[in-house]
Ligand binder design. Sequence first.
Ligand code: GLC
Length: 722
Amino acid sequence: MEQSQLVTLLNEMSLEEKIGQMLQVTGMFFEEEGIVTGPENIAGYTEDEIRQAGSMLGTVGAERLKKIQKEYMEKQPHHIPLIFMSDIINGFRTIFPIPLAQGCSFHPELVEEGAAIAAKESAAAGLHLTFSPMADLVRDARWGRVMESTGEDPFLNGCLAKAMVKGYQGTDGLKAKGKIAACIKHFAGYGAPTAGRDYHTVELSQRTLQDDYLPAYKEAVDAGAAMVMTSFNTLDRIPSSGNRKLMREILRKEMGFNGVVISDWAAIEELVCHGVAKDQKEAAKLALEAGVDIDMMTSCYCKSLKELVEAGAVSELLIDEAVLRILNLKNELGLFENPYKDGDVSDENALILCREHREAARRMAAETFVLLKNDKMLPLAKKEKVAFIGPYVLSRETYGAWSMFGTCEATVSLEDGVRKKGALEIFTAKGCDLPEDIRETGAREELLQEAVALAGKADKVVLALGEHRMWSGEAASRGEITLPDCQMELFRQVQAVNPNVAVVLYCGRPLDIREISEKSAAVLVVWMPGTEGGNAVADVLYGDTNPSGKLSMSFPYCVGQAPVFYGQLCTGRPFQEGSQEKYVSRYIDIPNKPLYPFGYGLSYTEFTVSPVELSGKQMSKGEQIKASVMVKNTGTRKGQEVVQMYLGDVCGSVARPRRELKGFRKVCLEPGEEREVCFEIREEMLRFHDINMDYVSETGEFKVWIGNSSDTENEAAFLLIE
Ligand code: GLC
């Protein structure tokens, strides 16, 4: 449809019909007879309100969605199609690693490929839009939703959010076959809840919000994401879904976003709980004025907006602008011409979990694993007698909490993967249970003793331990970030009879693994690796794939350090490691440094990085400096290294992070191979919000570090001059 035709359509629509477009409900309201009169209808929708709803979430399947769309459009006064949306966070039916793991790949092309496969599968299943990428910056491991983010660094998150948008949407328009619209979430700052407790208050300065938390959303907006979702939290004590400054000033005016804004689930009605709206009607007014176009799963809009317009409390023009954005999105998706888009049962059956997609998931998973420690323990040799012990040896629940359409049946367990390697002698034992309910993690003596006996007879032990997949994700914050006592007991008893233990760690967040790190011979973090996890872990354990992952989020020494991240400010009393000074910024009982920092990860080979070479010692604002190093594979295996460049502003009009990631290159080197890795330092990399909140760079001294972790000391200095 032409734009003019959309406006004509808008003008033909009644006020009720327009308001209907601003409601989103789950598919159960379109499928189950009588649901409107049933107890699930807590919002009290009427038949007519459901009939007018403009979009639907959470239901998939080409046949099901075709049926819903056909029946819906027949009743819809202007035959306007529904948009079908869902949470495709890390894959549709072929499940990829959780985004926090994908961040460890430092491989945007791989992340883009994963998103493109998720789009292909879900589009064939009739979906039009995904509530992804989650571009929230995360620095507190207590928060369960860190698993949905790509980590603690604004630059890395921006690169990967852009890659996901490109993978989902493509570059030829949303009508393109096998593509779905992307929705950036949760705008904004949801990843910084006080005390790491989900849905809690967020207290960020404007400058920290602008310099650290907004950049990744901005990258996704610039990449053309079609929709933005509001966040549950308050910013400066104003809930996002009623925050006009955040939505109309920052998102739309400053960032230039002109797509659809959808509330998070019930977030408009929650303005009443936040205490900024006395009732649903006031909540509807606040949200509409803030520029929220779609009300997800409450009846604030559908039951209040008409009355508010008729009472002159809100202008119908605000409704028109919202509805026109919604109609635009449907038009960009081509739904007026083809309301079923790519929904097709034969495509769905051919694409879902196909070999090509499984291979891509296996390849990506292996690149997300982070080898934290390896005392000549890995890789395993096939002639070795290895005992595989732990609840994750047999488990197929190795996909993240937001893998809504993943299944155990489709998932490869660690045992499946390892047995296919054809090793001479491997044994398996569960060792302990891992129930979904975090409170029920008691030990069972017979499981424990069976495992210990096995460990005593093996050359080496692989202990597959970790969190249950539902101990992270939404509403899954943890005050303690340790493994269950029964797993630690298993670890201690196994390690006591056989010190050759490699721990394979399944988790949705960084955990407190002090004891495991100290006593194990090797530690491999595999996060929640998805459908092909078992094969990917076996590939790495037996050396068919050399691990190359780098932490996307710091592993704290213990939960007391949270939030901990590499880019902290210096403070007026910086603590120097090893110093005995008392009156400095430090703890008296734990170290300041995390157990393992952002950007850290080992390989089965070794790399050296030469001192930093600069093309010049100073640059003016129109110039740039080339920074380069020679990277050499000094080991015996081919491997990939992530070379990272950090910049640090020595002195600014406001306190500046000690260092900030501004570039990375993932290079693959044969044994003995050496390669120059170059970065351009440009003035725009040095910009920040200065004392006046202007986004500028300031002249003065800067440091540059280039290495294979955020704590690299390989540094040089340069000046920025007028
Ligand atoms: C949830 C989540 C959001 C998700 C939405 C729809 O509450 O906060 O990330 O996209 O509801 O499922």
